[in-house]
Design a binder for this molecule. Structure first.
Ligand code: SF4
Ligand code: SF4
Length: 190
């Protein structure tokens, strides 16, 4: 099999059989530390618009093959930032006062407006699904944020979640292949 066909084979495998085993992802993340550092440099040096377009397409193709309700790992492992209006909307939805909502669910910065959920996993994760789905917070709606522009300026954050989120993991692995990033020699072919 020549190199081009190997790449094609890998793309097909990633797209048809995304990795969803978090333990395996963690192991691969450790093995790929250097590879991923090189890949981040590679992406930083390439046109952002083309990368955004490819990442967005890959996410569209891969996301439907990954069940967030089977995973739920972002809700189990991330501290969610929220705003005052979001907290108020969720409180109203739950039939609570904003003060009660804050007491039960929110931690605030001492001297600023920063508000975060006060527990990991999130209070609102029930049976691996969001119990306030229609009122979930902007950060929840955006995650894993691969549809947003300037992917190559957000690589630190994206790779921070590389072994947390199967969507990110599989999109980044597919992106390596599509862009001709040669992991075996640690060279970039494009
Ligand atoms: S509010 Fe819902 S979507 Fe957001 S972290 Fe909590 S359970 Fe997950
Ligand atoms: S967004 Fe990622 S981490 Fe969150 S539930 Fe879906 S696959 Fe899992």
């Amino acid at each position: 099999m020549d190199k081009q066909n190997i790449y094609l084979h890998l793309i097909i495998n990633y797209l048809s059989h995304p990795e969803t085993n978090l333990g395996r992802m963690a192991q691969l993340a450790t093995e790929k530390i250097r590879e991923n550092d090189l890949f981040k440099t590679f992406l930083t040096n390439h046109a952002g618009e083309a990368i955004d377009k490819t990442v967005s397409r890959l996410e569209t193709e891969i996301s439907p093959k990954i069940s967030c309700t089977d995973c739920g790992n972002c809700c189990k492992s991330l501290m969610v930032n929220i705003t005052r209006p979001e907290a108020d909307a969720a409180a109203a939805h739950l039939g609570m006062s904003s003060a009660d909502f804050d007491t039960r669910f929110v931690e605030k910065s001492e001297d600023g407006p920063l508000m975060i959920m006060n527990a990991i996993p999130c209070h609102f994760l029930e049976n691996n699904a969001c119990s306030i789905y229609e009122h979930r917070f902007a950060g929840c709606r955006e995650f894993p944020a691969l549809h947003l522009p300037e992917v190559n300026k957000r690589l630190f954050t994206i790779f921070m979640h590389y072994d947390r989120c199967p969507i990110i993991f599989n999109v980044m692995e597919s992106l390596k292949v599509e862009m001709g990033f040669d992991a075996s020699t640690m060279q970039c072919n494009l």
